[in-house]
Design a protein around this ligand. Structure first.
Ligand code: AGP
Length: 616
């Protein structure tokens, strides 16, 4: 997720672009850049680091001109660096981009065969070269607009683009597909941004671009076209949000916004890797990992996963999934324990490290220890260019976008997607999954984003439940196997932002001690999605209820096994039992969020916690 902006009008563009980038910085902050067109020349300034680095650079030499585009980056392809920052330039054309071009490798080869030289490692650079190629090589009657349209025909993936050219100092061309882009209307000026928050200082009249819509912004008017090139008339809408609400996309807190971004994060993490052929056959394509060329994947005797906090809970789910689908033994340990334990190490093991930030001190130390022992490291991380991503041998990125709230939500579920894909790919490579089952599992994964949307639409039920229980002094979560891992994550969420004494138990462990804690002031939440264990779990629910605890069960749509033995049931859309954590954790996230707000806490900034723990 990056932020893009544009300005064309009568004022100096650079300060307006920087002001907008400040509002968009939450979308990405590893580098920033602007291109300003003045006196027939395109001046491009870009810098690695947050916006202040660019501001300082520009402060010395602010480019003059009344037309420009800007970008704040959250790296996907190519680590954060000056050269990988946007805008990217080819000839007299500059482009900023938000999204991912999935076929960029093929396009790069196509362009290189036509003597185009690339400077960066980004997917975006192919876009500007394609436009420039069509502009200079194909009959020029379509001009810049025609060249942009030609280039779009070759792009696969998601994009919001803004394009300027020194040959056309009177216009900005912009287009969107699967990434947001909004035009702001002023008097004698137009604005462009990925998020309405960046426009509110200048105008409240906006047009939200439709899918594949192209706009050409001039100083005195704007033209809009469908993807097929048909001209369309757009009527602006009036926005009366306050600025802070707009940055959070209308949500009260970043945490709630990020919970709601999970369907999108699922799609973004799945889509580049899940390929469906014309005949309906599925394949998992990790560009990052080649199972054919690297026999570690098919011969490793064991998998070791290490992580901290929420990422460790993802690793627990990963263990259940990997053992289920591959039959390889999996060991999971918290990184702070692993690094000091006298571990029995086998360099042939697959060593996986999971971390949202890629900067957690204990996690990095565990990785470096394993590296010294000779292990090959696979990192699962959300941050391109993080220390973990740079030091690992292989990286699977979660494409969750920047996570701002301290309590991790969308990063967790995106980590699960990567682990499930890995488990399925490895299971198939080791012939542990039949072709039919493989297809069925991947079709189920493909349905998860829509099911998560459906689930989020039921959030009022959780809100009502929270309003009855937010003051409980003890909340216990229990479940078996996958449900136990989700219980651990659910209890952590409630501790972090509600400061409630909450614990998680493997449901079968209850009678070995924790049941002594149950009384009338206890809420017991049971996660029950493992169908073959329902009878066992039902006994545990009865045990806690007979000690006076209130009971909520989270289970499948259409499942009635628990109706008569619990106070309440919350249902989630049905998927494979093995994939349940992708959905069952969402009500727990919402419950923690609503409890926190009802108690008057700020869920985005819980006391005593930091988003990324970079010290021991
Ligand atoms: C999650 O809600 C927490 N903020 C915390 O447990 C976090 O998951 C942990 O510190 C690990 O962070 P990482 O994923 O960035 O390594």
């Amino acid at each position: 997720m990056c932020g893009i902006t544009g300005y064309i009008g009568f004022q100096e563009a650079a300060p307006i672009l920087l002001g907008a980038l400040k509002k968009l910085e939450y979308r990405g902050y590893d580098s920033a850049g602007v291109a300003v067109l003045g006196r027939g020349q395109l001046k491009v300034s870009k810098a690695k680091g947050d916006l202040s680095v660019l501001e300082e650079r520009l402060g010395r030499e602010m480019p003059e001109g009344t037309l420009g585009i800007g970008h704040t980056r959250w790296a996907t392809h190519g680590e954060p660096s000056d050269v990988n920052s946007h805008p990217h330039v080819a000839g007299r054309i500059a482009v900023v981009h938000n999204g991912i071009i999935e076929n960029y490798r093929r396009l790069k080869e196509w362009l290189e065969a036509r003597n185009v030289v690339f400077l960066s490692d980004t997917d975006t650079e192919v876009i500007v070269h394609l436009i420039n190629y069509h502009y200079t090589n194909v009959s020029g009657d379509g001009g810049l607009f025609g060249a942009v349209r030609e280039a779009l025909l070759q792009l696969e993936g998601s994009y919001a683009l803004a394009v300027v050219s020194a040959d056309f100092p009177d216009r900005i061309i912009a287009v969107r597909k699967d990434s947001p882009l909004i035009v702001g209307l002023g008097k004698g000026e137009y604005f462009l941004a990925s998020d309405v928050s960046a426009l509110l200082a200048h105008t409240r009249e906006v047009c939200y671009l439709e899918e594949q819509e192209i706009t050409v912004l001039y100083r005195d008017h704007a033209d809009f076209f469908t993807g097929e090139g048909e001209r369309v008339i757009r009527t602006p809408v009036h926005v009366d949000w306050d600025t802070e609400a707009a940055e959070k996309g209308g949500f009260e807190h970043f945490m709630l916004k990020e919970i709601h971004e999970q369907p999108r994060a699922f799609t973004d993490t799945l889509r580049p890797r899940l390929k469906r052929s014309g005949t309906g056959d599925y394949a998992i394509d990790f560009e990052e990992i080649s199972f054919d060329e690297d026999e570690t994947w098919t011969t490793a005797p064991r998998i070791v996963i290490t992580a901290c906090g929420t990422a460790w809970h993802a690793a627990m789910v990963g263990k259940y999934a990997l053992e289920h689908f591959t039959r390889i033994p999996v060991e999971v340990d918290v990184a702070s324990e692993y690094r000091y334990r006298n571990v029995v190490f086998n360099p042939k093991d697959i060593f996986i490290v999971v971390s949202q930030s890629g900067e957690t001190a204990d996690t990095l130390a565990a990785m470096r220890f394993a590296r010294k022992e000779g292990a090959r490291i696979l990192a699962i991380t959300n941050v391109v260019g993080s220390t973990l991503a740079r030091e690992a041998d292989l990286v699977l990125h979660t494409w969750a976008g920047p996570e701002i709230a301290v309590a991790s939500t969308k990063a967790f579920t995106s980590q699960l997607i990567c682990l499930y894909l890995l488990a399925l790919k490895l299971g198939r490579a080791r012939s542990r999954i039949s072709g039919n089952d493989y297809r069925r599992y991947l079709a189920s994964l493909e349905a998860i984003p829509a099911q998560a949307e459906e689930l989020l639409a039921r959030k009022e039920a959780i809100q009502r439940f929270a309003s009855r229980h937010f003051n409980k002094s003890k909340v216990f979560f229990m479940g078996r196997q996958f449900d136990y891992a989700v219980s651990l994550e659910s209890a952590l969420k409630l501790k972090e932002i509600n400061y409630t004494h909450s614990e998680a138990f493997a449901a079968g462990e209850l009678k070995h001690g924790p049941i002594a804690l149950m009384d009338r002031d206890t809420l017991a939440v049971t996660i029950a999605t493992q169908t073959r264990l329902f009878d066992k779990t039902a006994s545990n629910i009865q045990e806690v209820r007979s000690r006076g605890a209130s009971s909520l069960v989270i289970t499948w749509d259409g499942e009635h096994s628990f109706d008569t033995i619990t106070d309440e049931v919350f249902r989630i859309p049905k998927t494979e039992d093995t994939f349940s954590p992708l959905l069952s954790v969402i009500p727990a996230q919402l419950f923690a969020y609503y409890c926190s707000v009802l108690r008057g806490n700020n869920p985005d900034k819980p006391r005593n916690l930091a988003k990324s723990v970079t010290v021991e």
